[in-house]
Design a protein around this ligand. Sequence first.
Ligand SMILES: O=C(NC/C=C/[C@H]1O[C@@H](Sc2ccncc2)[C@H](O)[C@@H]1O)c1cc([N+](=O)[O-])cc(O)c1O
Ligand SMILES: [Mg+2]
Length: 214
Amino acid sequence: TGSTRPERILAAVQRKATKGDARSVVNTIDQYCRYQEWAMNVGDEKGAILDSIVCEVKPSVMLELGTYCGYSTVRIASMLPPNARLLTLEFNPAYAAVARQVIAWAGVEDKVVLIEGPSGDWIPKMKEEFGVTSFDLVFLDHWKDRYLPDTKLMEECGLLRTGSILLADNVICPGTPEYLEYVRGSPRYESKYFRSHLEYTRVEDGLEKSVFLG
Ligand SMILES: O=C(NC/C=C/[C@H]1O[C@@H](Sc2ccncc2)[C@H](O)[C@@H]1O)c1cc([N+](=O)[O-])cc(O)c1O
Ligand SMILES: [Mg+2]
């Protein structure tokens, strides 16, 4: 029973990244996944677009769907002011266990609430369990067939307000056709595509930024 890919990524972080230095953790994971073994982090190229949108929005309360190893969790948290909160949802306990350690190594645990379990169960409980009124920014990077149902669920639960922003990874590769059709076709969203590449490759991919109009 060898190690898993997330465990090997964590090992690289604990071996090579400077403890307490979020950028060093991000750079270490990018190096490892570009030169040792590919992994489904948003990566450096799309990550720079993510950074620019986090900086522009300056969210007080943000949601990430799909923590995985915690790469984008650390990337986002390092951009947030001290009193801002990033809630991140992870379904797989083994991935969550790795992510907690990556987040701790980066020193951003005070800004992050990692929630274990399926988004479908937790989204309806956000208000009562975490005191969330609405999300300023949501980063969708979990199962691609959950992007649309979870967006509709957030609407129904009143978790989006006029101006809330959805930022979706992988809208080209692997692709999220139903979600894309919905946000681009709905009068309740103003959508914009940021062209990029699939992490660590030359394959086209991109992020879709959609502003909820209420
Ligand atoms: O499949 C992809 N991502 C799915 C990610 C899924 C992550 O989210 C939860 S699922 C969940 C469910 C419910 N609630 C929370 C988390 C999984 O345990 C995993 O940690 C993907 C694939 C490629 N690719 O090239 O194949 C590239 C990417 O950038 C990708 O994001
Ligand atoms: Mg992704």
